[in-house]
Design a protein around this ligand. Structure first.
Ligand code: TRP
Length: 74
């Protein structure tokens, strides 16, 4: 199983959800930020460059290890 190829599906439940990609390796930092409005979906993979994904705002998240909902920042 190559976990680097695992997919994540994110559906924004409110406007302005941020999907932030964090780098793989000894230096963990933001490398990409994507803004989703309500109803928009992003399907992303963990890759050689991305080991973690941070989601800010209310969204439904589905991955191979389960599904959950993030809460609104308000
Ligand atoms: N170029 C990035 C990569 O290959 C793109 C990317 C993949 C990404 N997965 C992501 C960006 C998740 C944000 C969130 O690693």
């Amino acid at each position: 199983m190559n976990q680097k190829n695992d997919f994540v599906m994110i559906k924004a439940i409110e406007d302005g959800v941020n999907v932030i990609g964090l780098t793989r390796g000894s230096d963990t930092r933001f490398h990409h930020s994507e803004k989703l409005d309500k109803g928009e979906v992003m399907i992303a993979q963990f890759t050689e460059h991305t080991s973690a994904i941070k989601i800010r705002g209310k969204a439904h998240i589905q991955t191979g290890i389960g599904e959950l909902e993030s809460d609104s920042r308000k």
